[in-house]
Design a protein around this ligand. Structure first.
Ligand code: NAP
Length: 331
């Protein structure tokens, strides 16, 4: 971590601009959270455990002290950054609901929700909710989080965004209807599961865009941050041989970058005023035009199938304002 700093174009941010990011404690999420906090954003890290949240914040604060010594360019001048963490373990829908409750009770706004966290597993593992772990962490737990926070986002003022971090790996996915509807595959494959989830995330963007047709203040975007830092990946406790999400992403790629370069595209999608209103954009690089995701990702029938299956799977977790808003999808 550390080293390079982002050369973003949108600082300082207005006081109180609130950004939630899942998995902001390591990797690209860490660099994204750090840079947005240094730009003056109010950042909430939704992390797996207290220890991971605390440790990430201490590191970010220490980096801010050092960064300030380099001069004022590109960072907000504060005594202290506005950054906090809250536990949101995506392998547990109970934990996600507890995060949502905490957030709603806090009365905070949410200007940007960044769905960054991911996992990868060579073995088929199941969560306490009886979903396959990759499906739950990468897709359905984020769906739940978005669904409940969406009514708040719609009330959080102009230019709010949901940014979902996907990957070019989605282009190698063959839509698996069994996996989409039950999270179980006839024959599990770690890469197939991961690639399908990255595909589902783009389909989620299209589905949410339908929900948001009457809410022009909210854009939903997807980002692929390219191929990053192959040698510095952390071990994933769910996987064998330390095989992490990033290695999976690296399977289909060439260029290697530092995590802070990857963060640039997320920050661009999350905050750059020039792309306001470009909902349904799939971005591969900052200051680049939106690109086309795979044909399969744009298939309306498959999107519909995934949407219905997901709503069924989350049946007991969706109610009230959130369900009312989601029902806009079918109008
Ligand atoms: N790196 C690449 O080459 C690349 C390329 C294209 C797209 N992407 C995408 O970029 C995103 C970030 O990638 P990365 O390379 O930074 O990955 P990473 O280093 O493996 O970080 C993943 C993050 O997700 C968190 N996470 C995992 N399981 C979680 C759970 N159950 N609950 C909450 N948080 C959880 C991790 O937290 P812990 O620290 O607790 O494990 C970590 O903060 C991913 O969506 C990935 O698919 C990456």
């Amino acid at each position: 971590m550390g080293g390079k700093y982002s050369s973003h174009t949108v600082s300082p941010l207005p006081v109180g601009k609130t950004i939630i990011i899942t998995g902001g404690n390591t990797g690209i999420g860490y660099e994204t959270a750090k840079n947005i906090a240094m730009m003056g954003g109010k950042v909430i890290l939704a992390v797996r455990t207290e220890e991971r949240g605390k440790s990430a914040i201490s590191k970010i604060e220490a980096e801010y002290v050092e960064r300030k010594k380099e001069g004022p360019y590109g960072i907000a001048q504060r005594d202290k950054l506005d950054i906090q963490y809250h536990v949101c373990d995506l392998t547990s829908l109970k934990s996600v609901m507890a995060f949502i409750k905490w957030f709603k009770d806090s009365g905070l706004v949410c200007n940007v929700l960044i769905c960054n966290a991911c996992t990868y597993s060579l073995q088929e593992l199941f969560t306490e909710d009886n979903f396959e772990a990759t499906y739950q962490v990468n897709y359905i737990a984020h769906f739940l989080l978005i669904s409940h926070i969406l009514p708040v986002i719609c009330q959080s003022g102009d230019d709010c965004r949901i940014v979902i971090i996907t990957s070019e790996v989605h282009k190698q996915a063959v839509f698996d209807a069994d996996y989409a509807s039950t999270s179980k595959m006839k024959k599990y494959g770690g890469f197939e599961a991961f690639a399908n989830c990255k595909l589902f995330q783009i389909m989620l963007m299209y589905n949410l865009d339908k929900v948001l047709e009457k809410h022009p203040t909210v854009d939903v975007l997807t980002v692929d941050r390219g191929k990053l830092d192959a040698l510095a990946f952390p071990n994933d406790p769910h996987s064998e041989e330390g095989f992490s999400c990033r290695i999976c992403c690296l399977k289909c790629c060439g260029k290697l970058k530092h995590d802070s370069d990857g963060a640039e595209t997320t920050i661009y999608a999350a905050l750059d005023p020039h792309i306001k209103g470009l909902s349904r954009g799939y971005f591969l690089a900052p200051r680049d035009k939106p690109r086309w995701p795979s044909k399969e990702a744009r298939n309306k029938e498959l999107q519909e199938f995934l949407w219905k299956s997901t709503i069924e799977n989350l049946n007991s977790y969706l109610d009230g304002d959130c369900l009312k808003l989601l029902s806009e999808h079918d109008k």
